[in-house]
Design a protein around this ligand. Structure first.
Ligand SMILES: *Cc1c(COP(=O)(O)O)cnc(C)c1O
Length: 371
């Protein structure tokens, strides 16, 4: 039996280890010069004026929504087909996630449904660049400008992705990244906000530091949290950022190989990337349609036997989790997202895969429906 090909795997090299050791030796381990350096380099990478580093992607989302002025009684338009943190961050501010259904091909929120979801309570739009592919920002930004809304991009899965020549992170008013262990670049835990607005930066830097003023220690002008990160993690993130384009190139190559090997399999639908953007393939996600001879669970079981790990992102759309359903949602509200949750399965696509691994994944899947 060959070794398991896992669905994700962080890459930690000598450069990361050395960067971390240097910080440990320096004696400055909390938020300091390495965090500032990460912020400058990350903003540069995304093509924004500023970046603010925080402790997680979730903290980044919470901080960005607070900067956008989202508060109790407000609502935020978002997608039901994403990680739970997208919606939880809205609820952390006492606001309500107002879902619009997704597109069946890209799995991103369907921008043609935005207008129907609008009412006076809406203060912001929070699209997600799911699996690494940017959402429809042209339509989203047009809609937002029309109603005076702030666009917060959940770019936790899309570092380095490009939409109409613009990098993820620069596609709305604010964007949020995660540096969690499974993301395209990582520092075990961590998060970053990018923006062109000095006002948002001021607000975010205060919010991550207990609500402290810029002009005085122990002067607090608003509620805040401890959302700081550390120089130890920032040093790792700086090294990973310098490798981001190489990592992403490998993911894109792996995805191309998988699609070439699988696109003719009856009943399996390979990822659809729109022509004006790319995906950095945080996940490579198949749809197991009704025309496929096996159930999704049978396919997953077969792959497990062959030593190929898989993941389901995500098994339930957010409006069906109890704490969110209780806001007034029920089964049937977002049928495209509900169908996707039943049909998706993600395959290994990370940069550590060899050509042999890719062949094994493809052959295992091709073999599954021939038996
Ligand atoms: C990972 C992720 C988050 C949360 O990031 P953490 O660093 O785990 O808090 C939020 N949204 C999306 C879409 C994610 O993939």
């Amino acid at each position: 039996m060959s070794e398991l090909i896992s669905v994700s795997s962080p890459i930690i090299g000598e450069a990361e280890k050395q960067a971390v050791m240097e910080v440990l030796d320096s004696g400055i381990v909390a938020q300091g010069p390495k965090v500032a350096e990460l912020e400058e380099k990350f903003a540069d990478y995304c093509g924004t004026k500023y970046a603010v580093a925080v402790s997680s992607g979730t903290a980044a989302l919470h901080t960005a929504l607070q900067a956008a002025g989202v508060g109790p009684g407000d609502s935020v338009i978002t997608t039901p087909f994403t990680f739970i943190a997208t919606s939880n961050s809205i609820m952390m501010q006492g606001a309500k996630p107002k879902f619009v259904d997704i597109e069946p091909d890209s799995f991103n929120l369907d921008a043609s449904k935005l207008e129907d979801a609008y009412d006076q309570s809406v203060k912001a739009v929070l699209p997600v660049d799911l699996y690494g592919q940017p959402a429809d920002y042209d339509e989203i930004n047009y809609f937002a400008a029309d109603h005076g809304l702030t666009v917060v991009e959940d770019a936790c899965q899309s570092v380095g992705a490009v939409y109409l020549g613009w990098r993820a992170g620069s596609l709305g008013h604010l964007a949020c990244f995660s540096l969690y262990a499974t993301k395209n670049i990582m520092s075990a835990e961590g998060g970053i906000i990018t923006t062109d607005s000095e006002e948002f930066v001021k607000s975010a830097k205060s919010f991550r530091q207990h609500g402290m003023d810029m002009n005085g220690q122990y002067e607090y002008s608003q509620m805040g949290y401890n959302y700081r990160t550390s120089d130890v993690l920032a040093a790792m993130a700086i090294t990973q950022l310098s490798r981001a384009d190489n990592f992403n190139r490998a993911r894109i190559y792996n995805a191309q190989q998988l699609t070439a090997g699988l696109e003719d399999v009856e009943g399996l639908i390979t990822p659809v990337i729109k022509p004006d953007r790319n995906s950095v393939f945080h996940q490579y996600t198949l749809r197991v349609s009704e025309d496929y001879p096996l159930s999704r669970q049978e396919l997953i079981g077969h792959l497990k036997e062959k030593g190929v790990g898989t993941g389901i992102y995500y098994p339930r759309p957010l409006h069906l989790y109890p704490h969110i359903a209780s806001l007034g949602y029920q089964e049937g509200d977002f049928p495209v997202a509900e169908q996707a949750a039943k049909e998706v399965v993600s395959l290994p696509v990370h940069p550590s895969l060899s050509n042999l691994d890719l062949e094994r994944i493809i052959e295992s899947i091709r073999g599954a429906s021939n038996v």
